[in-house]
Design a protein around this ligand. Structure first.
Ligand SMILES: Nc1ncnc2c1ncn2[C@@H]1O[C@H](COP(=O)(O)OP(=O)(O)OP(=O)(O)O)[C@@H](O)[C@H]1O
Ligand SMILES: [Mg+2]
Length: 506
């Protein structure tokens, strides 16, 4: 039965301080919490080694029987630890054990995750106070009662599967004994309805996911914002930002397409696609076909890639693109080559990002003409900042009648060590922007979205996945995984800021 939110029942939550240890969290918070959830000694195991991992707490349904099923994994941290840096660890424990729920806590914060078949989503994040307020909900998910129902339902559905399977075998091999044997071992085997048993306790999607998830088939609801990530200064982090911002938006439930319009193909390779081996040698189409052949339509040039819960569509590039510049300069309406190809497909996506080359050549013009808005990445350094005047001027020039909206200036490679200098640079940017009254107010993205300059960010592209996927790379040490997660969190904040801008724009 759900427990009422009577604060007196949760006095144990006040029993630790910032100087408490991880062991204090285990004994003074987690064990009393498990007891409040209806578990008794023996229902959980501590310091359990499963495969390659050692778990702080493992709660199984029917732990004493053969069909014990991992249900809840709990990882404790000391109160001073920042939990966001340890979520990857809990996720790997969930995948290793197959448990349905994971709880990460330092005694002050409680992060609850749901896992099914390798996919993991955040259910809730509580402070001590909000945990008490929401305890009924927490109880429905984590209590012993639910754990047992979950175990029964899974066990029964397994019996159903075996029953059907053996029934097929028995028929095919005319060996009825086999089926009879199974029925004798599992008298209830053929008459189980797992849905009936488990319906009320199946975890729902988190409110955040519900709010941000896009309908998968409803094209008309998508806005199809085409954003060209633009700065003619080379090496300011355009491509890195495009990849990781897109991954962050995908994590927020958005459908995202990336278009590589740079013959260097850094975006393509940064997402693990080799322009020769994976595309050209296999007779697949790429950006060159899309821009130069009128019969080639967007879908035939797309490669879809998935990394865990991140899904991205990519139009790859190829070094051959350089050779086509002259052709596109001469072609009638060459600058509209991409814009025309996107027209019928914009509403398949929430965001389409175009990654152009740094120079002010034809491909740059093509990328700008296809855009519905521009995002300007910059480093907080003198030369990139000086380039901003040209960049903004170009945005005005390219569509003179109707200058492209500038979503804002996003900072990459931010060095916290020279914070004061960077603040001065940020002021300089604001001053430059004021020189363009056409735009009124081009915003510098807020400081929490500034991407730190980190070695891990520069080493990940050659691995061919977005930063968020570093947690699954067994060749990386823990410190690198944490650094990658820290950097990706900034991209997530940038993505949230972008979504907010879109909503305000509407
Ligand atoms: N936050 C970061 N921390 C450290 N290195 C970074 C960061 N962001 C990008 N880099 C590195 O800086 C270099 C330039 O980045 P990137 O290729 O994204 O820039 P770009 O503007 O797309 O370059 P180009 O103008 O050549 O297209 C790369 O080596 C990249 O790995
Ligand atoms: Mg680039």
């Amino acid at each position: 039965m759900p427990v009422s939110a009577n604060p007196a029942r949760f006095k144990f939550l006040g029993s630790i301080t910032l100087s408490s240890s991880e062991s204090d969290v285990e004994h003074k918070v987690i064990i009393p919490l498990l007891q409040a959830l209806g578990y008794h000694d023996g229902d959980w195991k501590t310091q359990v080694t499963i495969g390659k991992v050692k778990l702080d707490f493992l709660v199984q349904s029917h732990p004493s029987t053969l069909h014990a099923l991992p249900y809840l994994v709990i990882e404790a941290k000391s109160p001073r630890k920042d939990l966001s840096r340890n979520l990857w660890q809990l996720k790997s424990y969930l995948r290793e054990t197959g448990a349905a729920l994971g709880l990460l806590t330092n005694g002050y914060q409680f992060h609850l995750l749901y896992h099914y078949d390798g996919e993991i989503s955040a259910i809730a994040s509580y402070s001590k106070e909000t945990l008490i307020e929401n305890f009924s909900l927490f109880y429905i998910l984590c209590s012993k009662e639910t754990c047992l129902k979950f175990g029964d339902a899974i066990h029964q559905s397994q019996q159903q599967v075996h029953s059907n399977f053996l029934s097929h075998i028995a028929t095919a091999f005319e060996n009825q004994d086999m089926f009879e044997l199974f029925k004798r071992r599992n008298p209830s085997g053929a008459a189980v309805s797992p849905e009936r048993n488990f319906k009320e306790t199946t975890p729902a999607r988190s409110p955040i996911e519900r709010e941000t998830a896009s309908p998968s088939s409803d094209r008309v609801q998508r806005k199809g914002m085409v954003i060209t990530v633009f700065n003619n200064k080379g090496g300011v982090g355009k491509t890195t930002m495009t990849i990781n911002l897109a991954a962050a938006l995908s994590k927020l439930g958005k459908r995202v397409l990336l278009i590589d319009v740079d013959a260097q193909a850094n975006l393509t390779m940064g997402l693990g696609i080799d322009p020769l081996e994976d595309v050209e040698d296999q007779g697949k189409k790429d950006i060159v076909h899309l821009l130069t052949e009128s019969r080639t339509l967007l879908p035939s040039t797309i490669i879809s890639k998935t990394w865990g819960d991140v899904e991205l569509d990519i139009v790859p590039s190829n070094i051959r693109l350089i050779k086509e510049e002259a052709f596109l300069i001469q072609a009638v309406d060459g600058e509209y080559a991409l814009r025309k190809k996107l027209r019928d497909y914009r509403h398949d996506y929430d965001y389409i990002f175009i990654d152009p080359p740094p120079s002010f050549g034809k491909f740059n013009e093509i990328a700008l003409m296809a855009a519905s808005a521009i995002l300007i990445p910059t480093q907080l350094a003198p030369y990139p900042i000086r380039a901003l005047e040209f960049v903004i001027g170009r945005a005005i020039e390219v569509q003179r009648d109707n200058p492209l909206p500038i979503l804002g200036i996003a900072v990459s490679m931010y060095d916290k060590k020279v914070k004061i200098l960077h603040r001065q640079m940020a002021e300089k940017i604001k001053e430059i922007v004021r020189g363009f009254p056409t735009y009124g107010n081009i915003g510098l993205f807020p400081e929490e979205t500034w991407i730190p300059q980190l070695k891990i960010v520069s080493s990940i592209p050659e691995k061919g996945y977005p930063l968020c996927y570093a947690e699954f790379d067994s060749s990386l040490i823990r410190a690198d995984k944490e650094a990658a997660q820290d950097a990706f969190n900034c991209y997530l904040k940038m993505a949230q800021h972008l979504v907010l801008l879109m909503e305000q724009g509407n």
